[in-house]
Design a binder for this molecule. Structure first.
Ligand code: ADP
Length: 335
């Protein structure tokens, strides 16, 4: 059975921005799936349509056989959503935050209490059950959001940039828990602009760029879409800017990333690019390697991938991560 079936989904905002330009997407029950794309690709718009925050312009959306046009509230009951923003009443206790949510879904109080306790225990929040949310650390607040997203026992969990702002240890424990739930049958959709996150955890990755699906497959399928091979060279100390301008205008090369004093390029014609680098630029230590997920991302989306401050498996990159959402919760109450 399909957990999600989207056909020809389009969204044009009132200002005329076409955020989704006919997206087709199927997610099977039990999949751990990543929706990957650069900022502005349309990920939030797609998730917003599923959760009822954004009205679609046209197209079909079904979640476990519930049609968005026919039964939006039945469709919503199948979904658990963990958003990027921490949208709690910070004066409420952890117990009430989760337990009241069960109430919204009409779960009887005894069962709601049982599930609340189970989730708080599983997510290591049990000793904070009767503390107000504002007393929790950032990582605890995220785990509480997950507990709240799961209390009505949804069949499809949507995680919108779930690990933004979390340290490595917290990411690991969150992923261990999510993988356990996935193995027990929960379908999970993760949106991210971090390649490493998609690569490390999702069985299947769909890349969207500029409102369209541009690739769909496993990490290795996506990697294979990288244009050509990767050339890397030492960056000269002097006149770096001019060197980059010259390098990228030579043989149509695209800069993928820099790591330390190394620069990594993709090029439509590897031989021509290697020759140009060696003769015109005189760079040392030229290396040519197989394509990476990063190079595929550049080739597919025309955008530089975002790098994580610290990837889930500990690899670090030279580029800076965009500012993570802070967890100074505003006290705003949802729903
Ligand atoms: P992502 O989540 O992948 O970063 P979004 O879905 O937020 O992408 O945005 C897709 C496009 O739609 C962008 O060009 C963005 O500026 C535009 N957009 C998003 N929300 C609105 C809105 N409320 N009104 C107008 N344009 C919007």
């Amino acid at each position: 059975m399909e957990a999600l079936n989207i056909q020809q989904l389009r969204k044009t905002y009132s200002a005329g921005v076409e955020a989704l330009k006919g997206v087709d997407l199927k997610v099977k029950q039990g999949e751990f799936f990543a929706l990957l794309g650069p900022n502005g690709a349309g990920k939030s718009t797609l998730i917003g349509i599923l959760t009822g925050l954004v009205n679609k312009t046209s197209g079909k959306v079904r979640v476990f056989d519930e049609d968005l046009d026919v039964a939006p509230s039945r469709l919503k009951a199948q979904l658990g959503v963990m958003t990027q923003e921490l949208n709690f009443n910070i004066f409420e206790s952890c117990w009430n935050t989760v337990n009241f949510q069960a109430g919204y879904y009409g779960i009887d109080w005894k069962e709601a209490g049982r599930r609340t306790e189970q989730l708080l225990r599983d997510l290591e929040l049990w000793d904070k059950a009767h503390q107000p949310v504002r007393n929790l650390s950032g990582g605890m607040k995220r785990r509480l959001m997950l507990a709240r997203a799961l209390v009505h026992d949804p069949k499809l969990l949507i995680l919108d940039e779930p690990t933004a702002g979390l340290d490595i240890e917290l990411r690991r424990s969150l992923w261990v828990y999510l993988q356990k739930r996935n193995e027990a049958g929960l379908t999970i959709i993760l949106t991210t602009h971090y390649l490493e996150e998609a690569d490390a955890f999702a069985e299947r990755i769909v890349v969207i760029a500029n409102g369209r699906v541009v690739a769909d497959g496993s990490a290795s399928d996506i990697r294979a879409r990288g244009a050509g091979r990767i050339l890397s060279v030492d960056i000269p100390e002097a006149n770096e800017r001019a060197w980059f301008a010259q390098a990228t205008s030579t043989a149509g090369m695209t800069l993928i990333e820099t790591r330390g004093r190394r620069a990594y390029f993709s090029a439509p014609d590897t031989d021509a690019a290697a020759l140009a680098l060696l003769t015109a630029l005189g760079s040392k230590n030229l290396e040519i390697a197989a394509p990476t997920l990063d190079s595929a991302f550049v080739a597919l989306t025309g955008e530089q991938p975002e790098a994580e401050e610290a990837a889930p498996h500990g690899r670090t990159r030279g580029r800076e991560k965009p500012s993570a959402p802070t967890d100074t919760a505003t006290g705003e109450v949802t729903r």
